[in-house]
Design a protein around this ligand. Structure first.
Ligand code: ZN
Ligand code: ZN
Length: 365
């Protein structure tokens, strides 16, 4: 899908919301709708048609904006959002939506001031999440980008295991740096978020930051990591055990693996996101560990590591074909250890396709 086709899709949402235009200030959304990747920009998308669409950025990006967004009229001005409010007023726009989930209170106040002084009757209207709604459904090129990002993470973990990188004596930090370096050598621009490596009792901390803690025989080692490639993020968690797993470790792993399988099996077009969370959660609750599964089941992934839809008990909406989501149940026993298993998948008409292909049997190293 070209940026122009995405703007067309946005126009339908604008008309349904009775907005004359949307002022896009979230840079990820600016990128999605225009192709422009600079660090200061705003985009005006009118509902009536492509005429009047403008990308504003500052003088550092004149050349880059022309190269990345050649089909959009460009305005070079440091105060990107304000200049577009004035432009909207000049074009006769009245109801101008703004990304109320993104704009700061101060930025909103500045826009109100400009609208009052030079906006010729522009009314600023809250319009949260419109572009996020479009972004939740990926096109074929985006899915290929996600697939490549997932493949880099799969290859990095295989390399680390192959090289004996998960062994007693190394630190959590060593393993995290190793994974990140190997993702880069497999084509990643970098990690898609700060790599989590958590050994022993630390594995019971869902978002543990790697420390100088030393891996020891008998530890569960939980690794949550992903690659950023071509702007797209991958996300995967695997938990291994160093040495022979004990009974409680086997049981814990089997419970989380069964919940993860149930969550994956529940992914289908038209299913409520809350039902996917419930399918996995029921397995863990039946296993007596409900309170120890302390987070949502998963999230959308794409140009951002966390995006719509949220697969959680408080999520809203249903799954559509082309949505890319994670399924990541975990059970965390404070002071002992925890297990999380996470994949990135794409919802398809006939189920879900795995993008992270690393095996999920309990690996004893
Ligand atoms: Zn993750
Ligand atoms: Zn995740």
């Amino acid at each position: 899908m070209t940026p122009a086709a995405r703007r067309d899709a946005l126009r339908e949402l604008l008309r349904a919301a009775e907005l004359d235009a949307l002022l896009v200030t979230d840079l990820v959304n600016v990128r999605y709708l225009s192709g422009f990747t600079g660090s200061n920009a705003a985009l005006l998308v009118p509902a009536a048609g492509e005429r009047g669409t403008r990308l504003a950025t500052d003088g550092r990006y004149t050349t880059q904006a022309a190269a990345e967004a050649p089909d959009v009229r460009r305005v070079i001005e440091r105060a990107c959002d304000r200049v577009l409010v004035v432009a909207a007023g000049n074009d006769g726009i009245r109801r101008l939506g703004f990304e109320s989930g993104h704009l700061t209170v101060d930025a909103h106040a500045a826009l109100l001031e400009v609208a009052a002084e030079k906006g010729k009757g522009v009314e600023l209207c809250r319009a949260p999440g419109l572009v996020q709604q479009l972004r939740a459904v990926k096109d074929a090129r985006e899915i290929e980008a996600l697939r490549a990002a997932c493949a880099a993470a799969d290859a990095a973990l295989a390399d680390v295991i192959e090289a004996g990188g998960l062994r007693p004596g190394r630190t959590e930090r060593d393993v995290a740096a190793d994974l990140e370096q190997r993702m880069r050598s497999h084509g990643a621009d970098g990690p898609s978020f700060d790599t989590i490596v958590a050994a022993g009792a630390n594995s019971a901390i869902p978002h543990h930051q790697p420390t100088d803690a030393v891996l020891a025989t008998g530890d569960l080692v939980k690794m949550d990591f992903g690659a950023l490639l071509g702007g797209y993020h991958s996300d995967m968690t695997r938990t291994v055990v160093l040495g022979r797993p004990t009974d409680w470790q086997r049981e814990l792993y089997a419970l989380v693996a069964a919940a993860q399988a149930a969550g994956r099996a529940a992914l289908a077009v038209g299913v409520e996101v809350v039902a996917v969370d419930a399918a996995a959660r029921a397995v863990i609750t039946d296993g007596g560990r409900g309170p120890e599964f302390s987070h949502g089941l998963g999230h959308g992934v794409g140009l951002e590591i966390h995006e719509a839809p949220a697969l959680s008990a408080t999520g809203a909406g249903t799954l559509a074909s082309g949505m890319a989501v994670t399924v990541e149940p975990g059970v965390y026993l404070a002071g002992r250890g925890g297990v999380r298993i996470e994949d990135t998948l794409v919802v398809r008409p006939d189920g879900a396709e795995l993008l992270t292909l690393t095996g999920k049997e309990l690996l004893a190293l």
